[in-house]
Design a protein around this ligand. Sequence first.
Ligand SMILES: Nc1ncnc2c1ncn2[C@@H]1O[C@H](COP(=O)(O)OP(=O)(O)OP(=O)(O)O)[C@@H](O)[C@H]1O
Length: 307
Amino acid sequence: MIELEQLTKRFAQHTAVDGLSFRVQPGEVLGFLGPNGAGKSTTMKMLTGFLAPTSGTARIFGFDIQRQTLKAQQLIGYLPEGAPCYGDMTVQGFLAFIAEVRGFRGAEKRARVARAVAQVELESVLGQSIETLSKGFKRRVGLAQAILHDPQVLILDEPTDGLDPNQKHQVRQLIQRLAHDKIIVISTHILEEVSAVCSRALVIASGRVVADGTPFELESRSRYHQAVTLVGGAGLDEAALAALPGVAGVERNAREHSLTVLAQPGQVIFPQVSALVAARGWQIKEMDVERGRLDEVFRTLTRGEAA
Ligand SMILES: Nc1ncnc2c1ncn2[C@@H]1O[C@H](COP(=O)(O)OP(=O)(O)OP(=O)(O)O)[C@@H](O)[C@H]1O
């Protein structure tokens, strides 16, 4: 388990992380979200023992990251933001070096490196120096060093940053494969990633928690939760849709030639909307029910308004 208690970091007059307290259990993939400067990277640096907190504590399976740093760090794989250092090393040399630092020798070392290389597909660049790699490959080298010792805790700062769509998909699959017996904390700006891989989303703003729940719970806070969108029907009667029980309003989306019928909180409006469509004989191309829009919830939360 990871436990944070009142974790705080001040830089001069600025409080970057402001009394964060939460726990993460094995099997959880925690999406750590927040706008630029919210304090995500600073929190991750403190969790991994690379930055001392001003006050508060963090424990990794009971080991205090400040007082039992090495014991805690042995349990952690960390992908920091940006590229791995040691740019003049080859990929193979760098990973072999990390394996040695982690205490592996001989056949075990070679097997660990080969496994990590295969997991993030680095075979084609093994002999290349890290500084000459593309951004995506540098990110993958960073991931390889984080998973090399098969740690119980993975702290990944924007793991898919700079990857192409195929690689993003592959890294998300890797995270899902690793997730069943580990604790994974990922920071990301990509909200679809949260729905795709995270079992829990924790949103921070100005160093404080503003929301903590499953992606579904967060989506449920959206004004588009249970909204029904009708695409392509000519002559839809907006007033009739707006008058249906449980309907909060109707939005017209000119570009998509569609109407979105919004539900009042807690209401399911699909049956009455589809009944009206059938009764009036409207010829529509598509009718979709929404789970909600994370981007809208995120904006509302991080602008300080109640969602
Ligand atoms: N070493 C430092 N010295 C002074 N201020 C710092 C330092 N590191 C971070 N900060 C400040 O702390 C705040 C939080 O930064 P942090 O990098 O943790 O945010 P973030 O949520 O990771 O942002 P992003 O999404 O842009 O990566 C910012 O205002 C940043 O300028």
